[in-house]
Design a protein. Sequence first.
Length: 196
Amino acid sequence: MLKDRFRKFLPVVVDLETGGFDAKKNAILEIAIQLIDEDNSKLILGDAHRYHINPFTGLTVDKDALEFLKLDLNHPLRIAVEEDYALKEAFKLIDKQISKYDCSRAILVGHNAFFDHSFILEACLRNKIKKSPFHPFSLIDTVSLGVLATKQTVLARICKELDIVYENEEAHSAAYDARITAQVFCKIINNYDNLE
């Protein structure tokens, strides 16, 4: 069962788009979570959720970051919510999945997982969210898994080696990156389990 595969931790893929690289100074602009389900002892993609986020007051958004992400914070179709709302809603969904699989807590899965985890930790602190579903320091990084399975560290190259379709023009959207990272995670774990 899923809970036994990861020592009662529920893997949850997370991807953030941010206004820079400093978790204390730069704002979170998007957050996506991709839940993982189980089917016949195989990991599969479950529900996905994405939130556009209004930059937290006092935090910065670097112009270079917006250009890189091709993101217009004032776009009329960008329906953004406050950071604390997005986190609390995402955490409710994760807690429900933790209960579904009888896990003890979630473990964040990400490509360069430390980056996303550090921003989540800082966001919880500034929003006075005392209970995060995520383990406070353990992570699963698809960079490490990818280099083990394919000898590659770049997400697009890992996908190529694993025969996962990767669309460059879709990259750097939190929802897309979370889904692709989840596909990589599931395929590597499922392939490994097949070797046993």
